[in-house]
Ligand binder design. Structure first.
Ligand code: HEM
Length: 493
């Protein structure tokens, strides 16, 4: 008796409404109308649930063995990223995560900061060049093209200890192979064999990108393995003399078990997973700021004050300096809340279960405080919907309002924690939560605090395109793919 929309078609149910509107729009509408659990028809009349209720999501995401990936989504993930951590399930997933997680923990934050600063400074220099070529103090740049390259460079340094140099070289093989991958919606519900043998244009594109990333991954592994075997770790050694970046941890493991397929899949997952998500989050952050000059001004004032303190000390920025910029951190959290680049996660119940609810729902004439989920039920966990759930964030949940974070009471801060960061679901929660959130947050602060941005004419027509991740396109120019032209001027720090 769970309520939900009437299907628009028997064959496709409500799937067009859910997946073809701009990202999140349907989720917000259904949530407002039906509550935290919505039943909708999928293909050929199959019942699925869209969930935005905090307690239900915590229950489901906390039990990945009971609610694993939907099989066809897992096939697709293996096709794109290989059989690495984002594909593995059960004990294999736990083992892979144990290997790699230490490289993304708090002790690595200073490394992430160094990598983020290097990339942000180079980006700044490049944009100064672009500005100096105009007769103005500003220029219109396509954020997508630049942020994609800056993000690849950060990932290279933070996870693999190498400088890719994508910002210096627009024709770098990684840059070329990633270009507009986002427009590739692979046909779902295909088998592994089907995808591998398919001549479909989109599958061919993914295979092209894959072979480039595999060749880059092989080279990274080979070089680090040689350095490790020769005992010449050089700059890759950390203070304990142990090499602990992600590549180092993976190579050490690989030297024990020689599982080439797995190590290449891990490297690919970090490159592809970390790149798309971080780059598009940066784009949404800058677009939001371009619309809100007063937020930018307040943030800049705080950054300048922090900069003065740092200069008066020893001139070296530390992560604690970033964390001390309360308003800037609040802006980052608000961006992550309002603009999650992965709006959904897809799971399936492998056994009958009873799921508790934070807020009771109406089921026909009754009210339910928990729901029974039969074995085989497919679930769409709505990250976008949870992040704007008024029961969690209040009646102004739809508003971009950084001050909600600075005015939060201690009780509110400690309330139900669903997500791994700031009670947001953007990086998910539970055993399958994102490992790269610290790196992403540090890079976000570095980029958004450096540039003054404003809207270009096209930026007033941006669409939130739902295509695997949420990417910006321009209304009327969707066929041109991802783009975000904004006006920039560089802020003197
Ligand atoms: C703003 C940026 C990012 C966002 C929004 C994001 C979001 C997510 C989400 C929602 C998941 C769960 C997906 C699922 O289970 O279906 C995930 C998993 C993952 N993310 Fe991120 N991510 C970001 C940045 C990064 C970075 C920078 C890295 C690494 C360099 C990374 C590595 C991973 C990995 C390895 C997983 C798989 C974890 C597991 O299955 O246990 N992510 N991410």
């Amino acid at each position: 008796h769970i309520r939900g929309p009437s299907p628009a078609s028997f064959f496709l149910g409500s799937t067009l409404e859910l997946y073809q509107e701009q990202a999140g729009e349907t989720d917000f509408r259904w949530q407002r109308r039906y509550g935290g659990i919505v039943r909708f028809k999928s293909i050929l009349g199959e019942d699925q649930l869209l969930i935005t209720d905090a307690k239900a999501l915590r229950h489901i995401l906390g039990a990945p063995d009971l609610y694993p990936f939907q099989p066809e989504r897992r096939v697709m993930s293996g096709f794109i990223n290989g059989k690495g951590i984002a594909w593995a399930c059960g004990d294999a997933h736990k083992r892979q995560k144990r290997i790699i997680l230490p490289a993304f923990g708090a002790p690595h934050s200073e490394t992430f900061l160094k990598a983020s600063k290097t990339s942000a400074e180079r980006l700044c220099a490049k944009w100064m060049d672009v500005i100096s070529e105009t007769n103005d103090e500003r220029a219109v740049v396509d954020m997508y093209k630049w942020l994609s390259r800056a993000t690849l460079d950060v990932l290279g340094q933070a996870a693999f200890g190498v400088y890719f140099g994508c910002l210096d070289d627009p024709n770098h093989i990684l840059v070329r192979s990633y270009q507009n991958m986002i427009n590739v919606e692979i046909p779902t519900r295909m088998t592994e064999r089907g995808l591998e043998h398919s001549k479909d244009k989109r599958c061919m594109l993914v295979k092209g990108m894959r072979s480039t990333v595999v060749s880059v991954a092989k080279e990274l592994v080979r070089k680090r393995r040689d350095a490790y075997a020769e005992g010449s770790m050089g700059e890759h050694e950390d203070v304990d003399g142990e090499n602990k970046d992600a590549l180092g941890l993976l190579v050490k493991e690989y030297m024990k078990d020689e599982n080439e397929e797995e190590i290449l899949a891990q490297v690919r997952t970090l490159l592809i997973g970390g790149h798309e998500t971080t780059m598009h989050t940066l784009e949404w952050a800058l677009l939001e700021l371009a619309k809100k000059p007063s937020v930018q001004a307040r943030m800049r004032k705080e950054v300048r004050q922090a900069g003065a303190t740092v200069r008066g000390r020893d001139g070296l920025w530390r992560v604690t300096d970033l964390e001390g910029m309360a308003y800037t951190v609040a802006v980052v959290k608000e961006v992550l809340r309002c603009h999650c680049t992965l709006p959904h996660v897809y799971r399936v119940a492998v056994r009958d279960d009873v799921v508790p609810l934070a807020k009771p729902i109406r089921t026909g004439v009754a009210v339910a405080t928990e729901i029974r989920i039969p074995e085989g039920t497919r679930i769409v966990g709505s990250i976008a919907g949870y992040n704007r759930n008024p029961d969690v964030w209040g009646d102004d949940a739809d508003k971009f309002k950084p001050d909600r974070w600075t005015s939060m009471s201690d009780d509110e801060k400690e309330a139900v924690t669903v997500g791994v960061y700031a009670n947001l679901l953007t990086f998910l929660g539970g055993p399958r939560a994102c490992i790269g959130w610290r790196l992403a947050c540090i890079f976000l602060i570095e980029i958004i605090s450096r540039f003054e941005v404003s809207l270009s004419e096209k930026a007033t027509r941006i669409r939130k395109e739902a295509c695997g991740v949420v990417a910006p396109t321009v209304e009327g120019e969707v066929e041109k793919g991802v783009q975000l032209p904004l006006v920039i001027s560089v802020v003197q720090q």
